[in-house]
Design a protein around this ligand. Structure first.
Ligand SMILES: [Zn+2]
Length: 82
């Protein structure tokens, strides 16, 4: 009888990136917590409050970088920062 515990590893593949960002609409101030794709930049986001289509500000790669509380994963990992 072996009291073998299941070797559960919390190996998250070395990913400590923040997956969620709080988007704040510049028009109406509506805030929405959105999950970010880790392998792509989200260019457009429709506000759930006023239905305006958010676009990145000049120099930003996606709406999370412009309006989110957290920059997008590619920027967090430093692969698409200027
Ligand atoms: Zn809005």
């Amino acid at each position: 009888m072996s009291a073998g515990g299941t070797a559960v590893e919390t190996a998250a593949a070395g990913s400590t990136l923040e997956r969620y960002s709080m988007l704040t609409c510049p028009d109406c101030g509506h805030r929405a917590r959105e999950e970010m794709p880790t392998d792509a930049c989200l260019f457009f986001h429709e506000c759930a409050g006023c239905a305006v289509r958010l676009r990145p500000l000049p120099g930003d790669c996606c709406v999370f970088c412009s309006y989110g509380s957290v920059p997008c994963p590619p920027v967090q990992s430093g692969c698409c920062s200027a």
